[in-house]
Ligand binder design. Structure first.
Ligand SMILES: Cc1cc2nc3c(=O)[nH]c(=O)nc-3n(C[C@H](O)[C@H](O)[C@H](O)COP(=O)(O)OP(=O)(O)OC[C@H]3O[C@@H](n4cnc5c(N)ncnc54)[C@H](O)[C@@H]3O)c2cc1C
Length: 535
């Protein structure tokens, strides 16, 4: 039952999560999987158990109406939603809570907040929905600042204009996914960007992190939908032109998309829209193994078919999520259009699958309008939506539950995948005495896939953070050593900073630092994210 307030320590609304019976079942499953006994599920933290540090700063009188040091707000703005965030919350450790939380209502408010922070050596952390899984919103800024302020964008949530002729709309950046889509529905339009975190994340957060949404191919990242941007930096407003395309120098939009609150606060954006789809074709297939399934994905991606969904789950991922029995890999395939039937696309994609040993389990159900809600596809969909609640229950029973995602070109993928799986098993064995790893593709391109690895491993309460960090470090090093990216869509934040710096060209790092010095000379915006703290 929901209490109508977001949890300050985890995913979703207070009171929503696995039931006690579901938690017991999960604990039993973990005990049998890892040969454990007596797993206890810790209760989540209560606000009265949290000892927050005393707030070190006072807002100037002109801003006090926008600021609060309310304990719930400070606790709720301390962490994002990653594994280490959940562990620290269950440890009742909120020692890095922001000193204040601000809720600007206008751009003018944001200008005033940034002016105050710049002149008073206070770090300002832009905050959308707080669903970051890379320590993007935590006010861990080092000793160079007199205090920290979370800048929560939730009141800048208006739809400013809808242009049905060009099919674009201008939104304020603090709008959440469901509100954005509800505003478009009466116009038969959609942004069709549905990250798994859709319900509790904002447009500004998506743009700031280059989030990955609904589409498994073609329009994978939010980047493709941004027509123009407006943001406030400590040295002024930057706004790009609305254009369908432009060849005029480096793209200002592309510079700020993915800047993760380090260069400015995005206040609004014109977004490209689509008509709501009416034609759909869906299918679910099994494959003898994951690499055959991945070859089918490559064939589909390189045939220019651009399915909206072409997720594949390895045997472990399919088994763990109740989609199949663990003997086969699974593909969930879907096409959609507002304009034309899709039989031809689906038929051709099924041929690509059959060439690689893909089988439709129930003959005659190759192509259905609603199979995404039934059978294997439906089981996957339900598991996907419920996953965040499973993660928090796993943490509550002292397990390690983490995800890692990358992208790599096709010719290197088999070697990359085998090495990542082997090294992940090895490090989990060394650190935890064992563990479970699974893989799925979240997105696929003509030149390579974006593999997504999930791990579950036994741990000890009190050592979860350190054991998890050893595994995180080993897998991240492997990604970089093998030529992959440290993130396909989860972003960089503070969590991936070490490996991001190894991945990006050194000269590009200097460009980013120089830009930061121009836009944010006092270095107050999200220090330590994308660019090292300037102080
Ligand atoms: C259960 C779960 C599922 C997820 N699924 C996906 C997924 O499918 N795809 C995906 O890409 N990611 C996913 N994520 C990660 C996360 O949801 C995304 O990174 C999302 O884009 C963050 O949006 P937010 O509004 O919550 O931003 P926040 O978490 O509040 O902030 C993220 C970063 O953006 C900055 N920021 C926020 N708003 C602004 C602004 N207006 N201007 C400038 N900077 C800003 C913050 O400072 C921070 O660095 C998932 C996370 C969880 C917990």
């Amino acid at each position: 039952m929901s209490n109508n307030r977001r949890k300050f320590w985890g995913w979703g609304m207070e009171g929503v999560g696995l039931t006690p019976q579901q938690q017991t079942n999960l604990a039993k499953r973990m005990e049998s999987q890892f040969n454990l006994t007596g797993l206890q599920v810790d209760p989540p933290p209560k606000l009265e158990e949290i000892k927050l540090p005393k707030s070190k700063i006072e807002p100037p009188s002109g801003l006090s109406a926008l600021c609060t040091n309310d304990p719930y707000e400070r606790a709720a703005h301390t962490y994002g939603k990653s594994f280490p965030d959940l562990v620290r919350a269950f440890q009742r450790d909120f020692s890095i809570a922001p000193d204040l939380v601000t809720f600007p209502r206008t751009e003018e408010d944001i200008i005033n907040i940034l002016d105050w922070c710049s002149s008073s050596s206070i770090a300002a952390i832009p905050y959308g929905g707080g669903s970051s899984v890379v320590k993007g919103v935590e006010p861990d800024v080092g000793p160079g600042y007199k205090g920290t302020v979370a800048v929560d964008m939730k009141h800048l949530d208006r739809v400013i204009e809808i242009d049905t002729t060009s099919r674009a709309a201008n939104f304020q950046a603090g709008i959440y996914g469901p509100a954005l889509e509800s505003a478009l529905k009466p116009h038969n339009l959609t942004l069709r960007h549905f990250p798994q975190s859709f319900e509790f994340s904002t447009l500004g957060g998506w743009i700031a992190t280059r989030s990955g949404g609904h589409y498994a191919t073609l329009y994978t990242h939010i980047d493709e939908f941004v027509e123009s941007l407006r943001l406030i930096t400590p040295t002024g407003i930057v706004e790009s032109r609305r254009l369908p395309g432009s060849g005029a120098g480096p793209s200002p939009d592309r510079f700020f998309i993915g800047s993760e609150g380090s260069m400015g606060i995005i206040t609004s954006a014109w977004m490209r829209l689509q008509n709501r789809p009416t034609f759909r074709e869906n299918a679910a297939l099994t494959f003898p193994d994951f690499l055959s399934a991945s070859e089918a994905v490559r064939a589909i991606a390189q045939a220019g078919l651009y399915p909206s969904n072409v997720r594949i789950l390895d045997q472990n991922e399919a088994w763990f999520n109740g989609v199949a029995d663990g003997s086969v890999a699974v593909m969930v395939l879907g096409f959609e259009s507002a304009d034309h039937p899709l039989d031809a696309w689906m038929n051709r994609a099924l041929e690509c699958c059959k060439d690689q040993g893909g089988v439709v389990p129930k003959q005659g159900e190759e192509k259905t309008q609603n199979q995404h809600r039934e059978g294997m596809a439906g089981a996957w969909r339900d598991a996907f939506i419920g996953m965040p609640y499973v993660w928090e229950s796993l943490v509550a029973m002292g397990m390690i539950s983490e995800t890692f995602e990358s992208a790599i070109t096709w010719e290197r993928f088999p070697e990359f995948h085998n090495t990542v799986i082997n090294e992940t098993k090895k490090v989990m064995e060394e650190v935890c005495g064992g563990g479970f790893v699974s893989c799925r593709f979240t997105y696929a391109y003509p030149d390579g896939p974006a593999p997504y690895y999930s791990i579950t491993a036994p741990s000890k309460k009190g050592s979860q953070l350190q054991m998890g960090a050893e595994i995180k470090s080993a897998i991240s090093e492997t990604f970089i050593r093998l030529g992959g990216t440290i993130t396909h869509h989860h972003a960089v934040g503070r969590y991936h900073s070490t490996w991001y710096k190894k991945q990006r060209p050194e000269g590009f790092g200097r460009i980013l630092t120089a830009a930061k010095k121009v836009l944010d000379p006092a270095g107050i915006l999200n220090p330590g994210v994308i660019v090292d703290p300037l102080r």
